[in-house]
Design a protein around this ligand. Structure first.
Ligand code: PMV
Length: 333
């Protein structure tokens, strides 16, 4: 179905995948526009998809159901605020019903907010009849969750800090082929959201200014390593930057610690793998789960070594968020 001219596609469905950052985003310089303190770089995965359908309605409120459960409170207000933004751009008076399902556990540091807002941005833009290119969709997704800006892009992408709203979006980066081994040690929702933790870190950590400054340096080095197809250097920057981020978060007051003893054991096991000649590097987002990068041919050996720590899945580079045909719509058409 197309959405040309005056015709408005009032229902649309999109699929998006999470991304895992190799150079992390942690901290905003503008909370309203969701502008990051520094740029970041990530790999969009080919697993743990979010599928989201947006249907315009004549109801007085927005509705949001996630994995079959009607949402209220913070979860609904975050989606409603985002839809208000889209509705405002479109000049529409209609509300919407959002039906979303996540293949990954929500809120456990597997970036479900990235896939969630990337899918929502693409589906909502189409449902409200907006014609946006990839950069504009990336900017829109950013307003829902910063890291969602990168889930608009296939494979490896860089999200530019930018000068302002117009220039802070993600775009593709050519990089060597990599596998990612996801070790899920705990699939429960994290206790402190990344939004709250970022704010606390920025306000209270004495190390925060150094973090913002050195992240741009790490990003420049990472972009160079990608250009040189230098997997070892990509890996070293990835692991160093992840541990720096977690050290930074732990230096907040009161401190926040996302890594569990098992996460630390995995970081140690990755060092031991390297000592044994298997080149792998670990990273972790705002939760205890660990993602490990390796060359594709080494992924089975890494996965095997990680079995003892949790559930293990080998993933690769996936597609940026996109509209999909929704069979349930055809069935009811
Ligand atoms: O966009 P948010 O609020 O989900 O923050 C993401 C923060 C990290 O996942 C820890 C790092 C990153 O760059 O994705």
């Amino acid at each position: 179905m197309d959405c040309d001219g005056a015709y408005r596609m009032s229902t649309a469905t999109a699929r998006a995948y999470p991304n895992i950052a190799l150079v992390k985003y942690w901290g905003k310089r503008d909370e309203t526009l969701m502008l990051p303190a520094a740029g970041s770089l990530s790999l969009t995965l080919d697993a743990f998809a979010t599928t989201t359908r947006v249907e315009l309605t004549d109801t007085p409120e927005y509705e949001f159901s996630l994995n079959g459960v009607a949402q209220s409170g913070d979860s609904l207000s975050r989606v409603s605020r985002f839809l208000e933004l889209v509705r405002g751009i479109a000049g529409s008076s209609q509300h919407a019903r959002v039906t979303s399902s996540n293949e990954a556990p929500t809120g456990a540091g597997l970036a479900s907010s990235a896939s969630g807002f990337a899918a929502l941005a693409v589906a909502a833009a189409a449902a409200y009849g907006l014609h946006l290119d990839r950069a504009a969709l990336s900017r829109l997704a950013r307003r829902g969750s910063g890291s969602a800006a990168r889930s608009l892009i296939d494979g490896v992408s860089v999200w530019h800090a930018g000068d302002g709203d117009e220039t802070s979006f993600a775009e593709p980066v050519v990089a060597p082929e990599m596998s990612m081994i996801i070790v899920t040690v705990d699939a429960r929702q994290k206790a402190i959201s990344s939004r709250t933790a970022m704010r606390r870190t920025a306000l209270t950590s004495p190390f925060y200014p150094a973090w913002a400054e050195t992240t741009e340096q790490s990003l420049a080095a990472m972009l160079e390593a990608c250009r040189d197809q230098d997997f070892s250097r990509i890996g070293r920057i990835t692991e160093t930057h992840a541990l720096r981020m977690h050290a930074l978060i732990q230096s907040a007051d009161p401190p926040i610690r996302y890594l569990s003893p098992t996460s630390i054991a995995i970081f140690d096991a990755v060092v031991a793998l390297r000592d044994a000649g298997v080149e792998a590097y670990a990273t972790a987002d705002a939760g205890p789960n660990v993602a490990i990068i390796s060359r594709p041919e080494d992924a089975p050996a890494v996965a095997e070594a990680m079995q003892q720590y949790g559930s293990v899945r080998i993933v690769g580079a996936g597609a940026g968020a996109t509209l999909i045909d929704d069979p349930s719509l055809e069935a009811t058409a």
